[in-house]
Design a protein around this ligand. Structure first.
Ligand code: HEC
Ligand code: HEC
Length: 258
């Protein structure tokens, strides 16, 4: 993970600064508390998006970087033990087949990028997504559950969370403040009756009350993060973001994630 690497490099440079050592723990721990495939999948999605952006900007070098990441991730995913992912180990060959498709399709994208042919890059990327990503999702994920609205909201929260950690590692207080405000705004949207009912399928008023309680812990800590960032108070940012993660994100997941 890029953030972790960056932090590690910083820590080497800064010696045994306890604060930075603590910082390196946040993104790693955070990621390990998601279901194991999820961080890999969000990175997959990020790489596919970056390829699209890079073609638009005519940056074929970035295409090559992202597509190589997609290929390496597929190679790594073939080593995973399906049983530990709650998937059927009997379907190992099918699993590997989709990952081989991802690798082969990545080579085609790469060849197109080397020829600096943006159109061919896009066509090959669409095939990669169709054959490998969506193919595997259709087999291993409930197709009806593909990109549920609830997951989209959560992906936005996660992306804000990652940026805040990036901000912490670079002492970019503006970025921290900006993304903490995004988190507040997002929790407000999520807490509305309509989203709770339609996206999160929470019918009962008791369930909603508990759910909103966790959202409040997230937004209260987001406000503290904002304040601390304004004051450029790094330890206070760190405290509030730890509290946000444990009392808000993780506590709610323990109770509500199926
Ligand atoms: C070999 C199988 C496989 C391949 C290939 C694969 N995925 Fe996935 N993907 C999964 C599974 C299984 C899940 C559900 C994980 C879970 O919910 O724990 C998933 C979930 C996701 C999610 C949703 C995360 C969430 O929290 O629900 C996204 C986004 C995603 N994949 C993107 C991609 C993209 C983009 C590609 C292709 C570049 C891809 N995936 C390739 C198996 C695969
Ligand atoms: C009020 C409850 C609640 C809070 C607070 C909350 N989440 Fe979630 N989150 C959920 C639910 C419910 C799901 C499962 C959605 C689904 O699968 O339909 C989920 C799923 C996710 C997922 C999708 C992958 C997975 O492992 O299921 C990510 C990523 C995520 N949340 C990140 C975050 C982050 C980061 C925060 C804190 C900034 C956060 N969430 C705060 C309720 C919450």
């Amino acid at each position: 993970m890029k953030t972790t690497k960056l932090l590690r490099r910083r820590r080497d440079r800064c010696g045994a600064l306890a604060l930075l050592a603590a910082l390196t723990l946040i993104p790693g721990t955070a990621m390990s508390q998601l279901r194991p495939l999820v961080p890999l999948m969000l990175d997959n999605l990020g790489d596919v998006n970056r390829i699209g952006e890079a073609v638009a900007l005519d940056d074929l070098e970035q295409v090559a970087i992202s597509v190589q990441a997609l290929k390496q991730r597929a190679v790594g995913m073939r080593q995973l033990d399906l049983a530990t992912l709650d998937l059927d180990p009997e379907q190992d060959a099918l699993w590997d087949g989709f990952l081989q498709a991802q690798e082969a399709a990545a080579d085609v994208v790469l060849a197109a990028a080397e020829k600096k042919d943006g159109r061919a890059v896009m066509a090959a990327t669409r095939r990669l997504v169709g054959n490998a990503c969506l193919g595997c999702h259709a087999s291993f994920r409930d197709p009806g559950n593909m990109l549920r609205p609830s997951v989209l909201f959560m992906t936005s929260l996660l992306s804000a969370w990652r940026d805040m950690n990036r901000g912490l590692s670079m002492k970019d207080f503006n970025l921290i403040d900006l993304r903490a405000r995004d988190v507040s705004a997002l929790t407000e949207v999520i807490a509305g009756d309509e989203i709770l009912e339609n996206a999160f399928r929470l019918g009962g008023s008791k369930q909603r009350r508990i759910f909103r309680g966790f959202l409040r812990r997230v937004s209260e800590n987001a406000a503290l993060i904002s304040q601390a960032a304004d004051a450029e108070d790094l330890p206070a940012v760190l405290d509030a973001s730890n509290a946000m993660w444990t009392d808000g994100c993780i506590s709610c997941h323990e109770k509500f994630r199926r």
